[in-house]
Write a protein that binds this ligand. Structure first.
Ligand SMILES: Nc1ncnc2c1ncn2[C@@H]1O[C@H](COP(=O)(O)OP(=O)(O)OP(=O)(O)O)[C@@H](O)[C@H]1O
Length: 465
């Protein structure tokens, strides 16, 4: 029997959290009841049920997620999960159990209130005013159905030793997924070792992977443990696996099949216990078809596949990610916090990011440094975006100017203008073999202007790049 449906219940074993949360929710005009664990909530449910439950996940006794599931099956009010465990598995489990929102502790109290009000108003999270819980830098964020599916898969396979192949365009978060898989696995206390196959010259790759003995080749003065050995008991992340030379593919396949290997130049057979996660931005099946990748190796690596869609196919994540990156850049660089105006968020959300999450992250870091006000407006995005032809150099200019102003320099306009003139003039003169008239014509300036500008360069210094 339920008699009151207007109050908010908070379940958390941390009295401090309960207290401050209850305070702000009361200030916001809501009735609040506090509980120290899931059993207390269950007991109270016999007499009443709340308009909304905010629950911690890990509490003594029963797990908070069982409450989420119970609320869902009984059709009770919405549940918001709060947890210091921002790992994918917990997040994924919370949503799976039916939570409407997830607050990563420590959270901003205003954001918690906003989340509660949003849930009470039954507004889907993605269309409401954004509330971004601060998340650790390495957290894999996302609210889009595609990312929730990724979280679910990670949660499901992390506990097993199955090899995983992560695919997706550059910058979509493949390495972060590999780390999440490791951190969610029983191997989490053992090393996570990454090797970018494409970044290492092929002749060194074998010894990088398997190590070498002293004297194995010129320059091998000491015994060196390869990544396989370094990752013992843990996870080895092989990035850009599609670029692995065929000979090494054969060797890797043998190691994966037998679980044993020799160091380069070594006689001792080493038995490894390593979980392999591989990633590629390439179409591995196409490479197999083209004879560039061994089909049998692909089968070994591609036991479970996690596909990360490009950011343009999960636009609903852009605002969340952008706000997270902006906040963490400010924190990391000790800058005053900034926020996006709604219009700016909307504009960002419509962009295509060929460099995916990494490009978005870089954009936000730049904005944290160079946007003038504490609210970022669409006009601030102007020159920094992909697709703007002048993008590269105006970005550099912005950074230079921001730094110069921060250093208290004056007269930077003159210096910058001169540097601009000098650069254009020099390039044009080089292109026209020193012929001033042709260079001037190519630049669209008069010959006199060009001569004057060239003359002025001797008296002033251009900005350092
Ligand atoms: N879902 C996400 N949540 C938060 N940060 C993310 C997410 N996805 C990617 N990032 C961040 O974006 C950057 C690029 O991610 P990552 O290096 O994992 O991409 P990748 O797909 O492995 O790239 P590449 O193919 O170029 O190696 C990193 O700084 C990472 O922390």
């Amino acid at each position: 029997m339920t008699e009151q449906r207007s109050d908010i219940w908070i379940a958390d074993d941390d009295r401090g959290v309960r207290f401050v949360l209850a305070e702000v929710l009361r200030d916001a005009g809501l009735d609040v009841r506090e509980f120290g664990d899931a059993e207390e909530v269950r007991a109270a449910l016999r007499k009443a049920s709340p308009a909304l439950l905010l629950t911690d996940v890990r509490m003594p006794g029963e797990d908070g997620l069982t409450l989420v599931a119970e609320f869902k099956t009984k059709g009770l009010g919405p549940v918001i999960v709060m947890s210091a465990f921002t790992d994918v598995a917990t997040t994924a489990a919370a949503y799976r159990a039916g939570a409407v929102d997830y607050l990563a502790k420590p959270f901003d109290l205003d954001q918690a209130v906003a989340a509660v009000q949003r849930a009470l108003a039954d507004v889907p999270a993605s269309s409401a005013a954004p509330a971004v819980p601060p998340a650790p830098t390495h957290a894999l964020l996302g609210e889009s159905p595609a990312m929730r599916e990724v979280f679910r898969l990670i949660g499901r396979v992390a506990g097993s030793d199955l090899n995983v192949l992560v695919t997706g365009e550059t910058g979509t978060g493949k390495e972060l997924v590999a780390r999440a898989l490791h951190e969610e696995s029983p191997r989490r206390d053992k090393p996570f070792v990454a090797l970018n196959t494409a970044a290492i010259p092929s002749e060194l790759l074998e010894s990088e992977l398997f190590g070498h003995e002293a004297g194995a080749f010129t320059g091998a003065t000491r015994r060196h443990a390869g990544r396989f050995e370094q990752a013992e008991g843990g996870t080895l992340f092989l990035d850009e696996i599609g670029d692995m030379p065929l000979a090494l593919q054969t060797r890797l396949l043998r190691v994966l099949a037998g679980g044993e290997f020799y160091r380069v130049g070594g006689r001792e057979l080493i038995r490894g216990n390593v979980r392999i996660i591989a990633a590629t931005h390439q179409d591995l099946d196409a490479r197999v078809a083209a004879g560039q990748f061994r089909a049998d190796l692909k089968h070994r690596l591609d036991v479970v596949r996690i596909e990360l869609p490009p950011l343009r196919q999960r636009r609903s994540d852009i605002a969340l990610l952008a706000q997270h990156f902006l906040a963490s850049a400010a924190q990391e660089l000790h800058l005053p916090p900034k926020r996006f105006s709604r219009a700016a968020l909307k504009a960002i959300g419509q962009r295509d990011f060929p460099g995916n999450v990494r490009e978005l992250e870089n954009l936000c870091r730049r904005l944290a440094v160079i946007a003038p006000g504490n609210e970022i407006l669409p006009s601030d995005l102007g020159a920094t975006g992909a697709g703007s032809t002048a993008g590269g150099w105006t970005e550099a200019l912005r950074e230079w100017a921001a730094q110069a102003l921060a250093d208290g320099e004056v007269d930077i306009h003159t210096r910058a203008r001169e540097a601009l003139d000098q650069t254009l003039l020099q390039i044009a003169l080089e292109a026209h073999e020193g012929h001033r008239q042709h260079a001037a014509a190519a630049l669209g300036v008069g010959r006199n202007t060009l001569t004057r500008k060239l003359g002025s360069s001797r008296t002033r210094r251009p900005p350092k790049s």
